[in-house]
Design a protein around this ligand. Sequence first.
Ligand code: NOJ
Length: 743
Amino acid sequence: MMKKLLLLTVVGLYTLTSHGQKKTVDQRVDSVLRLMTLEEKVGQMNQYNGPWAATGPLTNDDKLLDQIREGKVGSMLNATGVARTRELQQLALQSRLKIPLLFGQDVIHGYRTIFPIPLAEAASWDMDAIRQSARIAATEVSAAGVHWTFAPMVDIARDPRWGRVMEGAGEDPYLGSMIATARVKGFQGNGYGKTDAVMACAKHFAAYGAAVGGRDYNSVDMSLRQLHEVYLPPFKSAADAGVATFMNSFNDLNGIPATGNSYLQRDLLKGQWKFKGFVVSDWGSVGEMINHGFSKDNYEAAMQAANAGSDMDMESRSYIQHLVKLVKEGKVKMTVIDDAVRRILKKKFEMGLFDDPFRYCNEEREKAQWNNPAHLSAAREMAKKSIVLLKNNGVLPLAKNSGAPRTIALIGPFARAKSDNLGFWSYDWPDDSARIISVFEGVQRKTGPDTRLLYAKGCNVNDTSTAGFAEAIAAASQADIIILTVGEARDMTGEAKSRSSIRLPGVQEELAKAIIATGKPVVVLISAGRPLVFNHIADNAPAVVYTWWLGTQAGDAIADVLFGDYNPSGKLPMTFPLTEGQIPIYYNYYSTGRPATSDSDRFYRSAYTDLSLYPKYPFGFGKSYTTFEYSDIQLSKKTFSAKEKTDVTVTVKNTGNYDGEEVVQLYIRDITGSVVRPVKELKGFRKIWLAKGESKEVVFTLSVDDLRFYNDKLQYIYEPGDFVVYVGGNSREVKEAGFTLLK
Ligand code: NOJ
């Protein structure tokens, strides 16, 4: 009874002004802040991992639950499920001020229903579908008591050796920015605070994707111009879309660890960008500044991180151990603490947690979201759209009903795989084997009694044994059609999964050679979390389909594409290199004084003597079962002033035998600038559907805002002069036209 009374008193203080009017959120935050001791404030800045699951090295602490009761914990990660979060929230409500906990979780591409990995979704270039995928993830995880996802990852990645490419949207700042917005809006559902939405977190701030050599956690040294032009735009878009939180990153940037970097967190994010949410550190990244050689000890690390604008310490325990002392000793100002705590409390208020700390704890809702058929079908749609057809010599699509007996052999380590389809950063549920659809099952569901299916694994994903080859070749020789599945296992791309070789692991390439050598129609499916190098397959197999890791519905989605129920429309969000020696390779590079225009240029080349200039597959590439023809570009104005705009029009015609979708891409080039400009920059795209034989006019409007860039003083300006505009179905095969921006 006493406890209840105290709760009411404190909550009463939170909600009404002395005149009995309803307080604004800021007033409510202040009224709580006024009651807090320094220790309680520091507690809000402390985040612990749930004792049940770890995504990094766990520091030793068995007093976790006591600390929650004492108001020393503001947030927990990896505590999910209504029962568990309720239990922990109850402990928080035993603390003096009863400030509720925030529960955060890595929900990167789904929770109960696993969607394609983010890089695969990016290949759809379908913003509505991507937004919907995040919306569904939020619906599912918010029903499990969670308030906050550590997503989207919006790091631009130009190096496929880096394991975390799977988590982002690829190499392009424009596409990456559009996707950042779509994901934030999806997770936050147009305004978090509703019980089916979660707070999003733009990570990893900043430039984590530029780690030297693609080695995870590595240093980053780059010009501020490059930072602003390439790496920051998706973060800015996330901020503009109202993302609730940011996470800083493990890397140092130009010598200062991101966690202790006040240029990034104070000057830019909270200063110029006016970001009102809070910044959480990455796991242990406050304490890791000691290893960077930037902080002497945890005391100094806590001081540097807090002063630089890191509001919450994820698991390094530096804040909880040292911040009180640091304030008392005058090393961290009380205003720094108050600002951080205000930001954190504000989110708790906006999430409605002060009004009802258990509003996300509803067993019925949790149960209802557990098996939601609409989510499964959305996951299948998303998976179909994420698939990229790289090659097709007419083998695809396969007929569903052959009309005569036929044999299809499914070969390779992924033909019957289940959990590998989920990819990294996904959850394993006890009923996964029934829920996840394998390729074999997908094919089985499409084909009738005329079709006999054979299966042979051939080899494991990553060992040296060729013992299964004979069986695979025997199955292949009996088959009319072969579906060969190769790729990376689920844990080969992801955090701390950088690879120096991005070839197919183990003996898979040899298996592929043997199967292709049978001369039969072979369709190769490649499942992976990153661009791989697979030249023998690319050059010799009749058909190659890049399936990434597609999630719970992988097998059905793949079968939809193989059997023509869906005409593939995915386009690569990253350049695929010819070999690792070309890395880093990306389409929007700067020209040089000796630019190469073809592989036969002997001197005018900024490439290697032993390699082609060109990647294996360019950014934006992806085929369809049909073909598209682009008309020449029409410009409404070939010269225009800064106050005017020009329309860029092309007509796209479906010239093949199937209805289909095309991603029409627009790039520009600023021919001369006060700083050098990329040879191409994506500035727009449209995904259009065209019936067989149909033509559509696609109109893009260009204004000076599309022509802006950062000059050497970091001003975001446009400069009059000559430009080229390109439109096409990938970054290489384009139509072009010139225009002039007048003074
Ligand atoms: C480390 C990862 O870098 C980050 O992305 C993730 O959100 C945290 N661990 C929490 O699991």
